[in-house]
Design a protein. Structure first.
Length: 255
């Protein structure tokens, strides 16, 4: 089943962008979006009820995309490179997921035209097993928010975009290692009430403080992490906000 997502554009613009129309394709429980000529696709929605979902089993598909001048059909193979906002949102059945190495983005989104899409895996409270994030470049807003069954996470150096509240409310999370380079975003581990150990790599250069709440609407990175005992800071951090560990009475060591 295919359907075209139409956007109202001026006629001149539409003529230029016609070849870049986003199209959706559904196969079984998986709905994808793709753009002809890019050979890439995103997983927009999973509608199944399996507890273990293997995206790599459905990581590519071949479709007719046109006709050559000689009348022969033109086909293109699309490979899944990203998981869209809300693709698995509030799926209470899924306990494990795997994705192909081509996947680079685990997306998240606060709202689009008033419609809240949510993070790719937001609210998947029973999701306990995810692949290594090695090779992932984007972890979006609330991408894994309220994934209460996750026990540990390593955010690798391959990540170039790490957004707010990505792991907010992961109440089962016990250890976290962040090797990403950039600013530690607001709300990143907020509400992770079981978190005991946090390691920040040398690439972290700044930590968003409480003032960010008034800008981003998200709390401090560690707000509510009431069981946090150990924080290891990398050499890239030169200034620590006064409120970084505000209210975290069990923290014994910040090195």
């Amino acid at each position: 089943m295919k359907k075209i997502i139409l956007t109202v554009l001026p006629a001149a613009t539409l003529a230029v962008l016609n070849c870049f129309a986003i199209t959706q394709y559904t196969k079984g429980d998986f709905t994808y979006s793709y753009v002809v000529g890019t050979e890439t696709a995103r997983l927009d929605k999973y509608s199944g009820s399996d507890s273990s979902v293997h995206i790599e089993d459905h990581d590519h598909f071949t479709l007719k995309v046109g006709t050559y001048p000689d009348g022969l059909d033109k086909f293109e193979t699309f490979h899944v490179t990203g998981i869209s906002p809300g693709a698995f949102r509030n799926n209470k059945t899924i306990t494990s997921v795997s994705w192909p190495l081509r996947v680079k983005a685990i997306e998240g989104n606060w709202a689009v035209e008033g419609y809240y899409q949510g993070g790719a895996f937001e609210g998947c409270t029973n999701l306990a097993d995810i692949p290594s994030l090695s090779g992932i470049t984007t972890i979006g807003n609330s991408a894994f928010e309220r994934c209460a069954s996750l026990k540990s996470v390593v955010i690798p150096s391959s990540v170039t975009t790490l957004s707010k509240s990505a792991f907010l409310g992961c109440t089962g999370l016990k250890t976290a290692i962040v090797n990403y380079s950039g600013v530690l975003p607001s709300g990143l581990f907020a509400g992770c009430t079981s978190l005991e150990s946090l390691v920040l790599g040398d690439g972290i250069t700044e930590i968003e403080g409480a003032v960010s709440y008034y800008i981003t609407g998200a709390p401090r990175p560690l707000s509510g992490c009431n069981n946090l005992k150990s924080i290891s800071l990398g050499r890239g951090i030169t200034t620590i906000p006064e409120d970084f560990i505000y209210g975290l009475s069990l923290v014994e060591r910040v090195t």
